[in-house]
Design a protein around this ligand. Structure first.
Ligand SMILES: Nc1ncnc2c1ncn2[C@@H]1O[C@H](COP(=O)(O)OP(=O)(O)OP(=O)(O)O)[C@@H](O)[C@H]1O
Length: 256
């Protein structure tokens, strides 16, 4: 068991795609209950770093730990599959494009993983699914198919689906960037609620206002390195690096 201070630990993360080094020796710790935003220009490695945390994009160097257990362990194939499935059950991930199963209702989408992986009875699964859909304000549409839902509603179902596994950590990869502007807020409200409940979250986002209002820490990445990190009031209002200032000038009205 790790202590509060290093609930999530990323140590010397390095990732190359062929000759291209996309993550260059990134180290980062996230405390239990902290909310960290990762911001930075397109192509700076934000999604790759996020996807390395649950080993969807395996690192080429360095290691990732969650609550005292190394996620990216080197193990024989079968043992690795078992290990990574267990780890991924503890790490909820929400993608830009929802990834709901189109032939399943909201209820079935949310119930699928807990039923399969936790062996819940129908009654237990129903209760769990209703709780999670209620939490994201989607209980009334429990029997709707994705095609009958707006983008914001689909994303809320996707969040409920991730929460249904009772994860220790939630990763959000630009959860609102595919949404029409008027639908962004309903998803942000759900994320704010999770923040109030002290869910540990790492959020890749292009929404500076959201990051400033919800996150405990902001990480600015550029070209595969963390250029600067700190509380939002420092990074946004008084960035120490010119690269951060230049980025914020473009993305944050009123930034220095
Ligand atoms: N599977 C892959 N194969 C080869 N190159 C990749 C792969 N995935 C990402 N890259 C490259 O890695 C770099 C970082 O990509 P990444 O998606 O992590 O950036 P990002 O900061 O999340 O960008 P954006 O804000 O546009 O989503 C980019 O140059 C990208 O082309």
């Amino acid at each position: 068991m790790t202590d509060q201070k290093d609930f999530v630990q990323i140590r010397h993360a390095q990732k190359s795609f062929g000759p291209v080094e996309v993550l260059k020796d990134i180290s980062l710790t996230v405390e239990r209950g902290q909310i960290v935003a990762i911001i930075g220009p397109s192509g700076s490695g934000k999604s790759t770093l996020l996807r390395a945390i649950n080993d969807l994009d395996p690192l080429t160097g360095g290691d990732i730990w969650l609550d005292g257990v190394q996620v990216n362990k080197t193990l024989p194939h079968r043992q690795y599959e078992k290990h990574i499935n267990e780890m991924r059950q503890q790490i909820g991930m929400v993608f830009q494009h929802f990834n709901l199963f189109p032939h399943m209702t909201a209820r079935e989408n949310v119930a699928m993983a807990p039923k399969m992986l936790k062996g819940l009875s129908k009654e237990e699964a129903d209760k769990l699914v209703e709780e999670q859909l209620d939490k994201v304000g989607m209980l009334e549409r429990i029997d709707y198919y994705p095609s009958q839902l707006s983008g914001g509603q689909k994303q809320r179902v996707a969040i409920a689906r991730a929460l249904a596994m009772k994860p220790k950590l939630m990763l959000f990869d630009e959860a609102t960037s595919a949404l029409d502007p008027e639908l962004v807020d309903e998803v942000n409200q759900v994320m704010k609620k999770l923040a109030e409940e002290h869910m540990t979250m790492i959020i890749v986002t292009h929404e500076m206002d959201f990051a400033a209002s919800v996150c405990d820490r902001v990480l600015f990445m550029d070209q595969g390195v963390v250029v600067e990190e700190g509380p939002p009031q420092v990074v946004f209002k008084n960035p120490s690096q010119e690269r951060t200032r230049a980025f914020l000038r473009k993305h944050l009205a009123g930034a220095k």
